[in-house]
Design a binder for this molecule. Structure first.
Ligand SMILES: Cc1cc2nc3c(=O)[nH]c(=O)nc-3n(C[C@H](O)[C@H](O)[C@H](O)COP(=O)(O)O)c2cc1C
Length: 211
């Protein structure tokens, strides 16, 4: 099946079969798709936490407005982004790239100075608005990777970010939660959405071709 067929097959699953578990190999493929996401200036401003611990998933249900899918899914992915930019974070990323590409020390100095002059004079909130956007790119690729593996997933913004950050100790890691992605197998017999038509803007409304 092509990517487009798989994207038509997927839907924001509302009911998971809690008896079915996704293999660790398949979870790793989904995480890898997110890791390969392009990010602004290649800074890889987000991380993914993969929760399969049932007790912890249950604890997240009330934080996610009672959405039971976070407990019934097989694995719950949490996308979390840098809470702010720092000189050290920018330098670290470009130090790794310099080393891995065998470039001369200081190769990126002009560029990192430009990045610092933009991001370090912004507020942490403005920084996070930017870092969080990178997490959405990873989310999109993870959803597509799951669909290619015929695994179900549900992108979720409907949760209390601050409460989840507390529960997972994200603040101490300089991270803030952005998105949740339950992954698992649909419970087709009990999911009200499974047979509903996928509704999107008509192509003519969506894309404008300027030739
Ligand atoms: C960023 C984002 C946040 C979402 N948050 C939730 C959520 O908290 N709970 C939920 O059940 N669905 C959530 N959805 C699912 C959307 O409602 C769904 O993707 C949309 O209606 C399109 O339907 P489809 O994904 O089935 O094609 C979210 C989707 C996105 C992209």
């Amino acid at each position: 099946m092509s990517l487009l067929d798989n994207l038509k097959w997927r839907y924001a699953t509302k009911k998971y079969d809690k008896t079915k578990k996704v293999s660790e190999e398949d979870v790793a493929r989904i995480v890898e798709a997110a890791r390969l996401a392009p990010t602004s200036s290649g800074m890889q401003q987000f991380r993914v936490l993969v929760i399969s611990n049932q007790e912890l998933k249950e604890q997240i249900v009330p934080i996610a407005s009672g959405q039971q899918i976070v407990a019934d899914c097989s694995h719950l992915l949490v996308f979390a982004a840098w809470d702010k930019y720092t000189e050290e974070r920018i330098d670290n990323i470009y130090q790794v790239t310099t080393t891995e590409r065998g470039l001369n020390e200081g190769h990126f100095n002009d560029y990192t100075n430009r990045l610092k002059s933009v991001y370090l004079q912004q507020s942490p909130e403005e920084n996070f608005a930017h870092t969080a956007r990178q997490a959405y790119i990873g989310l999109g690729l993870a959803i597509a990777a799951a669909a290619e593996l015929k695994l179900d997933s549900t992108p979720m913004e409907g949760f209390n970010n601050a409460a989840l950050d507390d529960l997972l100790g994200l603040q101490a890691q300089g991270l803030k939660s952005v998105l949740l992605l339950p992954v698992g197998y649909r419970d087709a017999a009990n999911d009200w959405l499974v047979n509903m038509k996928k509704v999107r803007n008509a192509e003519a409304h969506f894309a404008t071709y300027i030739k």
